[in-house]
Design a protein around this ligand. Structure first.
Ligand code: DX5
Ligand code: ZN
Length: 215
């Protein structure tokens, strides 16, 4: 299987958002990554359902909604009607991850958990079989354009081993600082999906940048 690429619209030109979303979809991306930040869980504030519904309208590829918020259930319910393929929430910020996973699935959406750069994949041992995806952060959440934290490679290997040991059907996604320099290492570590914001959008040729990650 080829690496799937989910460009993050965080680095897009928001004054021209629907064209920017269309451009990555026409450029061959696999998913459209939407970063929702509430100004509390992370020191940044992004977009809510009004803007994300415009993104959903422009997108011809499924949405991958990454919640960086304090009140996960409230935001899951806010975005559910837009029918994203994935909704991921931060493990660090959820008291009842097992319950929220079931709730997301009951809405017809694939549930995913996000681990911050310090997060140990082995902590997911007893919920890995309930998840469709685990997102490993390779930067601290909050901003685009940060430097890749290399320990994510070892964490991806650990997560891959856990998935195999538990016979789970759960994909591995990595988010932050991904580019053509680290993509092969990520592939070798067993990563299935990469998020790339600045690497795709800070270029003149989105399609070429997306293709360079579909290894
Ligand atoms: C960071 C976000 C990322 C970010 C990635 O909190 O979750 O999705 O937009 O941007 P780059 O690829 O520029 O690191
Ligand atoms: Zn993200």
């Amino acid at each position: 299987m080829k690496m799937q690429v989910a460009p993050s619209i965080l680095s897009a030109d928001f004054g021209n958002l629907s064209a920017e979303v269309k451009a990555i979809c026409d450029g061959g991306c696999d998913l459209v990554h939407v970063d929702v930040m509430d100004g509390h869980f992370v020191p940044n504030l992004t977009i809510g359902p009004v803007v994300v519904s415009a993104v959903a309208k422009a997108a011809t590829k499924p949405l991958d909604v990454h919640l960086m918020v304090e009140n996960n259930t409230f935001f899951v319910d806010l975005f559910a009607s837009l029918k994203p393929k994935y909704i991921s929430f931060h493990f660090e910020e959820e008291k009842h991850p097992h319950r929220l996973i079931q709730h997301i699935r009951s809405l017809g959406i694939s549930p995913a958990i996000v681990l911050n750069p310090h997060g140990n994949p082995d902590d997911l041992e007893y919920i890995i079989n309930d998840l469709d995806m685990v997102l490993l952060m390779s930067v601290n959440p909050g901003f685009g354009g940060q430097k890749f934290i290399p320990s994510v490679i070892e964490r991806a290997q650990r997560l891959k081993a856990l998935i195999e040991r538990k016979n789970a059907s759960c994909l591995i996604e990595v988010d932050g600082g991904v580019n053509d320099k680290n993509i092969h290492q990520l592939k070798e570590a067993g990563v299935d999906i990469v998020v790339a914001g600045s690497y795709v959008y800070n270029s003149d040729d989105y399609a070429a940048r997306i293709k360079s990650l579909q290894v």
